[in-house]
Design a protein around this ligand. Sequence first.
Ligand code: HEC
Ligand code: HEC
Length: 313
Amino acid sequence: MRAHSLMLISTLVGALAGCRGQESKVPPIHLILNMDTQEKGKAYREDTSDVFADGRVMRAPVPGTVAIGQLGESDRLEAGLEDDGQVTLKFPDEVKVGGALPATLAARGQLRYNIYCTPCHGSDLDGKGVMTQTGYDSNPRLIIPPPSFHSTRLKNMPVGQIYVAIKNGVNGGNMPSYAAQIPLMDRWAIIAYVRQQQKAKDATVEPEGGKIMVVAAADVASVDHGSQLYEAKGCAACHTLDGNRLVGPSFKGLFGKMENTTEGETMVDMAYLHESIREPAAKIVMGYPPAMPKLPLTDIEVDSLAMFIESQK
Ligand code: HEC
Ligand code: HEC
């Protein structure tokens, strides 16, 4: 009796061990030979027919294959850029119908904006989304506030730059990229909606594009040149001239004052202004986030900006 059951167990163990799912080149025993055991290739199986030299049944796509809808034909459409690498001022032709933006585009954009942009930029596009409110610990949830779309800078911002913001994010991830969530056409739809809303509040807004604030290159630095750069380079988004605090300290009365920084007390003189603009991370003003971007500026531009700040009494 005992010997019998031992034998039975060892037979069972042996049988189970024999079929643990290993690959076998021998077809399973079929009583009725149907088309399961015909000569054919199956993905992930070895090619036994010698048709393919590398022995793989599943073939890789031919180099250069592009999936439908993935062909990056147009820089303006896909990257928001012109051939010279500048952000585009125009909506790409691909989003237009008969040369104009269809009304359905902004309507679609509104739906997408409400999903993806309102939490930070606000349903009124004023930069006052719920994420900008203080949290339960009474700290702001976003240290750098999102800008209002009704600010001068964003009303003038080229559509390509808004596109780049959605696709790539802003300022090293302060605003993350939404490329994964928002497909190409929807990005342009959102921009059409944004421009429509900006235009509704300010008739001078150019609904089809935007303008690059060009500051003519200057041979000598001047306060006036600095004042134009202050707007064009976006300093105004973070620094006021009237003493109010935005993301960074106001420029009002800044020159000549003693500033408390992470490197100790420092006198705000020309050298300090130059350093603050060129190397924003060198000394961080106490009580402010290290949020100032390092902008590409020429020597004359830095001089002009410093002179402009000096002039803000
Ligand atoms: C999680 C919060 C958040 C969301 C969501 C968000 N943004 Fe932003 N956005 C920001 C912040 C913060 C900034 C400012 C970043 C900075 O200057 O450091 C910003 C800046 C921008 C700018 C200015 C870009 C520049 O070059 O200065 C544009 C344009 C913009 N956002 C568009 C959008 C659009 C369109 C959406 C929706 C698709 C969106 N944002 C969603 C937080 C957000
Ligand atoms: C995204 C917001 C932002 C932008 C844009 C920005 N800054 Fe700032 N800036 C800050 C913050 C925040 C500080 C304070 C923290 C620090 O010292 O880095 C600061 C500090 C400074 C200081 C030192 C101020 C002090 O009180 O000691 C100067 C000068 C300055 N910025 C100049 C500029 C100029 C000029 C531009 C435009 C070319 C500019 N910033 C653009 C955010 C910004």
